[in-house]
Design a binder for this molecule. Structure first.
Ligand SMILES: Cc1cc2nc3c(=O)[nH]c(=O)nc-3n(C[C@H](O)[C@H](O)[C@H](O)COP(=O)(O)OP(=O)(O)OC[C@H]3O[C@@H](n4cnc5c(N)ncnc54)[C@H](O)[C@@H]3O)c2cc1C
Length: 311
């Protein structure tokens, strides 16, 4: 029986990469039609637009870049605390693509895991289409709000905790303009809505003569801005005389895992992890990891833990 990974974001992909290196048979199941989870780069007309993770805190050597064959993919954006702020020149998707290229196991897209139960010698994993897969071990690398359903039978208390997990959804808007239409980087108009104007700050990600305005629009709780189109319109309205040459919006229902920041969360996670049956691991940004390199390391550690438990 192989190991089953639920979720093809950075954590799940890193777990798969490690299983690959360990020579363990695995199957990765991802509900969306693409891999990468919260990392999604859209490239159009020479613009590189990151809808999700973009500016990354870096405090150590990221040796995984060389191991993935992309040692020179980063650009420096400045200092941050006692480390650096960096970004991927061609978009954070570079990391996802490099990880994906390392995988030779079975990857199933557009397929959701709905529940997980214990069976003789491992786990029975039920897919949304009713198919039951058997696995020696399972790595849940999906957000807490979906892990809730998967764990309802095996660990009802953990499921209850995850059912109440809170997020702060956001629409990440990217608008490309001719440079002469946005002559001066706006100084945080509209209460700080303009986060970056690339082209002034990150020239490698826009064509010559253009700028890219990027903003994160939190969805108003009074529902004035409740769709990607409404978020685009709100940012477009800040430059009423300029016509964008490209525009893209990415909606993230699970942005900003608020529950992870609660003082009691770490203790709660320790309790849940202690109660997980052997061969079942939870990994991902909702549970422990904060920075991208943590996610890679914790995904790899999850793979090693499952291998140890199942061999
Ligand atoms: C808008 C935004 C901006 C960000 N900016 C930064 C940043 O600048 N710096 C930084 O370090 N981090 C940033 N992050 C956080 C970072 O992107 C995440 O921490 C990281 O990508 C999470 O990876 P993950 O694999 O743990 O989870 P995810 O990326 O959420 O992946 C989980 C995967 O599981 C899949 N899934 C869910 N349910 C099921 C199911 N039932 N069956 C199968 N698959 C399922 C999902 O489709 C998804 O692909 C940002 C996140 C967002 C949303």
């Amino acid at each position: 029986m192989s190991v089953l990974i639920v979720g093809g974001g950075l954590s799940g992909l890193s777990a798969a990469w490690e299983l690959e290196r360990l020579g363990v048979d695995y199957r990765l199941i991802e509900v969306k039609p693409r891999l990468g989870g919260n990392i999604h780069t859209h490239r159009e007309r020479g613009f590189v637009m990151d809808g999700g993770a973009f500016l990354l805190e870096k405090y150590s050597d990221w040796q995984f870049l060389a191991a993935l064959g992309i040692p020179d993919a980063l650009e420096k954006a400045g200092r941050y605390r006692d480390g650096e702020l960096v970004y991927f020149r061609e978009g954070t998707q570079t990391l996802v693509d490099a990880l994906t290229a390392k995988l030779h196991g079975t990857v199933m897209l557009r397929m959701a895991v709905s529940s997980i139960g214990a069976i003789q010698g491992g786990y029975g994993v039920c897919l949304e289409n009713g198919v039951l897969l058997e696995a020696a071990g399972v790595i849940i690398a999906a957000p807490a709000r979906y892990a809730e359903r998967m764990l309802r039978t095996l660990l009802p208390d953990a499921a209850q905790y995850f059912a109440d997990y809170q997020y702060d959804p956001v629409v990440r808007v990217s608008l490309g303009y001719r440079r002469e239409d946005v002559p001066v980087p706006p100084e945080r108009p509209d209460g700080g809505l303009f986060r970056f104007v690339e082209g002034y700050t990150f020239p490698s990600r826009v064509p010559d003569g253009y700028v890219l305005v990027r903003a994160g629009v939190r969805l108003d709780r009074d529902a004035q801005v409740n769709t990607s189109e409404a978020a685009l319109a709100r940012v477009r309205a800040l430059l009423p005389d300029a016509i964008p040459v490209v525009e893209w919006a990415a909606y993230w229902a699970e942005d900003h895992p608020l529950t992870r920041g609660l003082p009691e969360h770490q203790a709660m996670m320790a309790e849940i992890e202690g109660a997980l049956p052997s061969g079942l691991v939870l990994v991902g940004s909702d549970y422990r990891a904060k920075r991208l390199n943590d996610q890679i390391e914790q995904g790899q550690a999850a793979a090693r833990a499952v291998q140890e438990a199942t061999s």
